[in-house]
Write a protein that binds this ligand. Structure first.
Ligand code: GDP
Length: 297
């Protein structure tokens, strides 16, 4: 289960405060030490942990929480609020073009869940907004990727634009968008190629696609299971592409929590959706406050 270890450790850290009419400075310090270790063990970025602990401690001291009523409850509330803030405070909706189609470009490493998420997102838009999306198969390096997207398209009854593997991806993206304009599709979702790790060629190609079609939304798909690497990957993609949002996948797995808690703070880009399963319906809007509650258990 996701966050299992983190939830347990955070609960234990705060348990010692429970029932105390008054919380001393040393009680608070001991609790904060435990919270810090819990976050580090969950693979949360070091700087994010430091800022988090500092803010919680300052707030606990500043508002005379320690001498007030129910200090432990108030500290739990502060931790909850600061976890929420770390993850971005509010849900951030998809960007939308003034004139259709809204162009969404998916990016990320191979295996992160781009193709699956492209399909999930198309289905979500279809179901919730009655939209008519067009999927574009722009990963020409793995022939299986095109088949995979076509299978997804059939499954959710969404058309897939493909020019096979012999056309330049920039050209495919441009022609796909042209097709969408002709057909009055309201969304275009471009499934781009990934690599096992960030390399210059991949980034150049993504930059060129970006320049050619000027997406309204560049979603970076990140595998939540990859912890600190997820954050490094996010920084790399964001530096080149200036992404507009993040999708965190595989939150149904036993991720420790590091990616969910670090990505927003490190990249300053909102997590917009979370993938919570392999089925096409397993994509949810990311609500930082609900995620904080889930982490606290
Ligand atoms: P891509 O290479 O980035 O296009 O990744 P794929 O879309 O092919 O996904 C790689 C694997 O991850 C596939 O087996 C997907 O079913 C799986 N996957 C994607 N998103 C999720 C998710 O949210 N939860 C789970 N459990 N698996 C996922």
């Amino acid at each position: 289960m996701a966050f299992e270890g983190l939830t347990e450790r955070l609960q234990n850290a705060m348990k010692t405060l429970r029932g105390k009419g008054k919380v001393s400075q040393s009680d608070l310090r001991a609790t904060m030490r435990e919270i810090r270790l819990a976050l580090l063990e969950a693979d949360v970025n070091f700087q994010v942990v430091r800022d988090f602990v500092k803010t919680v401690e300052e707030r606990a001291n500043g508002a005379k929480v320690l001498e007030g009523l129910n200090p432990s409850q108030q500290i739990v509330k502060i931790v909850d609020e600061e976890l929420t803030k770390t993850m971005g405070e509010e849900a951030v909706p998809l960007n939308k073009a003034e004139k259709i189609p809204t162009i969404i470009m998916m990016s990320g490493l191979q295996g992160a869940g781009k193709t699956t998420t492209a399909g999930k997102l198309a289905l979500k838009l279809k179901n919730e907004q009655n939209a008519r999306p067009l999927l574009i198969a722009d990963d020409i390096y793995r022939p299986a990727a095109i088949d995979q997207l076509q299978t997804v398209g059939q499954q959710i009854d969404v058309p897939v634009f493909s020019l096979g593997t012999d056309v330049d991806p920039v050209e495919i993206a441009k022609r796909g968008v042209e097709q969408a304009k002709q057909d009055h599709n309201d969304y275009v979702i471009i499934d781009t190629a990934g690599r096992l790790q960030i390399d210059e060629k991949l980034m150049d190609e993504l930059s060129h696609i970006k320049d050619a079609v000027e997406p309204n939304e560049i979603l970076l798909v990140i595998d939540a299971m990859t912890g600190q690497n997820a954050v490094a990957t996010a920084e790399g993609f964001n530096k080149t592409l200036d992404v507009t949002g993040v999708v965190l996948t595989k939150l149904d797995g036993d991720t420790r929590g590091g990616a969910a808690l670090s990505i927003r703070a490190v990249t300053q880009k909102p997590i917009k959706f979370v993938g919570q399963g392999e089925k096409m319906s397993d994509l949810d809007v990311f609500y930082p406050d609900r995620m904080a509650s889930r982490i606290l258990g």
